[in-house]
Design a protein around this ligand. Structure first.
Ligand code: GLC
Length: 782
């Protein structure tokens, strides 16, 4: 007889296990010695965790079967082994034979079967190949200046894995545990993948997909989507450690404008501060920061400033963050009860204890002056947390933190448990604080360290990479992996942070690739020769400018991806297999797609596979009929050969794309003038979308946006209803249909004929339409 429950508990050999289903296609498993762990989480909000769909329980022999509408979980009560199948009987995830759950001395290890055709992705910013199979990784947030393509661990801990089998079926696994943890994908044991942590709860979720896109959206459902970014953060950004004076910083903005290099953001690194003390200003070198902000504003530029978490240990010096922090008792303590002091940029420093909600509120209030003067965004660096002197590059594990957080039992804990949370909670405090100070503006926060769910508060970058071809290549898999792991807004230091300055070609190539990354920021280390767009002469600068301009032309598309991401969690920058899971069955290195990436579902970027020794290389596309973005011409088959040439980055367009492009602007603040281009690349499932709002406020949440679907087939272009009240800047549409070989077709809208022009050499037909805000069909030919 089946009975219906909302969770199921079993016990064996002193281990208690609980199985529940927050959704029919998501299973949550918790376990502990004797009793279950506390049901609390920094990553999964209470509203999500408290959901439980009904489970139908049937028992036969040692097996208990738990059924939701989408899944069947079989639990062997003798061994506590678990197999999760879909309702067709296909195994989603099964425990490996042998000991599948080993809980000992506070830590634990779980083992899952690893089918021969399975691939594994995720874990955030990890180095190595995108496919994690065969690798083993540690999750422990670490300051890794000058990391290499095999350094592990890195800055972030995101215990989320997307598994994909040879038939394109995917599953997700999220281990909600912040302790030092590990994932081993068949490195130590050929037929099993294992994961575990040095302490904390056994608490993990299995998402059943079935496609990779479903899994990414399931994970976003669990841990949240990034809030819609301010649009300016999608523009080109210039930074260095450091622009040393107000004059120098202003000079950079002036030069960007003088050279007509579109740009939106200038960054100030630690040297704008007084003795590297967060929330101060060195008024000798930056005599008028508010004035700089205002001047930049007239140039349509935003200013982002760094504010690291370490507060200088500076008693009796009138340093307010220290004084108010001591009196509010916000700093982490040594076991003896005295504040922990560690050396970082300001010298000896104290570290706020962000696991206390009141401490986060204190931190957020520190931004009052900067927000007041119009600083647009904030950069939270060194928040692993980094400490210079110890070999571990962080504080001792016994440093004490207090948990003071709604939904958690208040208790004392140590860095061993919360170290990996520091970056996320630091950036959360910043995001929430800035939002409170300016409730009508979308905050922009950039963090170096983070944890699962941290995408709700901040964008990120890959930290201190180096100026090398190997790092340019690595950036693609790191950013794709971050996107799969929730961090849709990720970038790397364009040109490389550390090492010798990039060669002219390396910087140019890096800018070409960066133009198609979510966050596009040139940043580099102190002591290095200049690395701005204009170095290396006119020829290089012209190429670089061309790519930056292309990004600005594509802004309607890119901003549309941001809108999609905020609603679904689908990343801007993606692996080819996300939209085309079948590519993995084509063979090695993800069917030859491992060096490629997609920007949204419509653009595929295929950088040279061997940057350093350029040689012709073959590009295999997901199917036939893709278009060359630069020429607009369709390819004949599903593959092409490219010969690397500086100034040319191969980009392809999905057949079936309607790509919105805008006239060139010098920043996202500048309103484009004239008409919106709709570039149509005919093919199956032909569609595109428009999304627009004011780019910076929350007015879109109360209707001040514009969203519209457009579709096409062989004989028509159809506009859907326009949702929202936001008025577009464009006066009409310039339509260009690619791959056109015939004579000029007859085009009609509302019974009127529309004139068109055929360009036989370019294989296009173009025509102008008025702005169309209501459902309408444009007949083409026929
Ligand atoms: C760290 C950051 C780097 C920054 C530097 C100085 O190394 O990763 O981006 O420039 O600190 O603040």
């Amino acid at each position: 007889m089946a009975k219906t429950v909302d969770h199921y508990v079993a016990e064996q050999n002193g281990v208690t296990i609980e199985i529940s289903a927050p959704r029919a296609d998501v299973v949550r498993i918790r376990a502990g010695k004797q009793s279950l762990p506390e049901d609390a989480s920094w990553a999964v909000p209470p509203a999500v965790r408290s959901r439980r769909v009904p489970i139908e329980v049937t028992t036969s022999g040692d097996d208990t079967e738990l059924r939701t509408a989408a899944l069947v979980v079989t639990l062997d009560r003798a061994t506590l082994a678990i197999t999760i199948r879909d309702t067709q009987g296909r195994v989603v995830l099964a425990d490996a034979p042998g000991t599948a759950l080993d809980i000992a001395n506070g830590g634990f290890r779980l083992r899952k079967a690893m089918p021969p055709d399975a691939h594994y992705f995720g874990l955030g910013d990890k180095t190595g190949s995108l496919d994690r199979r065969g690798g083993a990784f540690t999750l422990w947030n670490s300051d890794q200046f000058g990391f290499t393509p095999s350094t592990d661990p890195l800055y972030k801990s995101i215990p989320f894995v997307l598994g994909l089998d040879g038939t394109g079926h995917a599953f997700g696994l999220f281990m909600d545990n912040s302790w030092r943890s590990f994932f081993d994908f068949g490195k130590s044991e050929r037929a099993a993948f294992s994961f575990g942590a040095e302490g904390g709860p056994v608490d993990y979720y299995v998402m059943a997909g079935p496609g990779p896109k479903d899994v990414v959206q399931d994970y976003a459902w669990l841990t949240g989507t990034p809030p819609l970014t301010p649009r300016w953060a999608l523009g080109f950004q210039q930074s260095r450690w450091s622009y040393m004076s107000q004059t120098e910083a202003q000079g950079i903005a002036d030069r960007l404008r003088a050279d007509r290099i579109p740009a939106d953001v200038l960054w100030l690194d630690i040297d704008y501060q007084d003795r590297n003390r967060p929330f101060t200003i060195n008024t000798k070198s930056f005599p008028d920061l508010p004035g700089l902000v205002q001047k930049l504003k007239t140039q349509d530029m935003h200013l982002v400033v760094i504010t690291d978490l370490h507060i200088a240990d500076a008693p009796n010096q009138g340093y307010k963050p220290y004084d108010s922090g001591i009196s509010a008792d916000v700093f982490m303590k040594n076991p003896d009860g005295k504040p922990f002091v560690g050396t970082v940029w300001p010298g000896p420093a104290l570290f706020p204890d962000f696991t206390q909600a009141p401490v986060r509120a204190w931190w957020g209030a520190q931004y009052r002056d900067f927000v007041g003067m119009g600083v647009a965004g904030f950069w939270n660096d060194m928040n692993e947390p980094a400490v210079f002197e110890p070999v571990t590059k962080t504080m001792p594990l016994d440093v004490v933190n207090m948990i003071d957080e709604p939904g958690f039992a208040a208790r004392k804990t140590t860095q061993a448990e919360v170290h990996n949370l520091t970056g996320m909670l630091n950036s959360r405090a910043t995001y929430e604080g800035v939002l409170k100070l300016a409730p009508d503006k979308r905050p922009f926060v950039m963090t170096r360290a983070s944890f699962a769910g941290g995408q709700r508060y901040a964008a990120t970058w890959t930290g201190d990479n180096s100026s090398s071809w190997a790092h340019l290549k690595l950036s693609v898999s790191q950013l794709v992996s971050l996107g799969l792991s929730g961090f849709a807004y990720a970038g790397d230091d364009i040109g490389g942070f550390a090492g010798d300055p990039p060669s002219p070609d390396l910087l140019t190539r890096w800018i070409e690739v960066g133009a198609f990354n979510p966050i596009f920021r040139d940043h580099y280390q102190k002591g290095k020769a200049e690395q701005e767009v204009w170095v290396h002469g006119k020829e290089q600068e012209d190429i670089r400018r061309r790519y930056i301009e292309e990004r600005y032309r594509l802004m309607p598309y890119i901003y549309g991806l941001a809108d999609e991401n905020s609603r679904t969690g689908l990343p801007l920058m993606r692996p080819v297999f996300l939209d085309y899971p079948a590519v993995v069955s084509r063979g090695d290195r993800l069917g030859g797609t491992e060096d490629q990436f997609m920007l949204g579902g419509d653009l595929l970027i295929a950088p040279p596979t061997t940057w350093e020794s350029p040689a012709p290389y073959r590009i295999i596309l997901p199917g036939p009929g893709w278009y060359d973005y630069w020429t607009g011409l369709p390819l004949t088959g599903a593959a092409t050969t490219e010969t690397p040439a500086l100034g040319h980055l191969p980009v392809f367009v999905r057949p079936g794309t309607i790509l919105p492009r805008q006239p060139l602007v010098q920043s996202t603040v500048e309103t484009p003038k004239g008409r919106l281009q709709l570039a149509i690349y005919p093919g199956a499932d032909c569609q595109g979308g428009l999304y627009l709002d004011d780019g910076e406020s929350f007015a879109y949440k109360s209707g001040a946006y514009l969203r519209q679907r457009i579709s096409c087939d062989a004989t028509s272009l159809s506009f859907g209803n326009r949702a929202g009240s936001f008025k577009p800047w464009w006066t009409g549409f310039d339509v260009v249909i690619h791959g056109w070989t015939g004579p000029a077709p007859k085009i009609r809208l509302d019974g009127r004929t529309v004139a068109s022009t055929v360009d036989a050499a370019a294989h296009t037909v173009s025509f102008a339409l008025p702005d169309i805000a209501h459902p309408a069909r444009v007949a083409i030919g026929g």
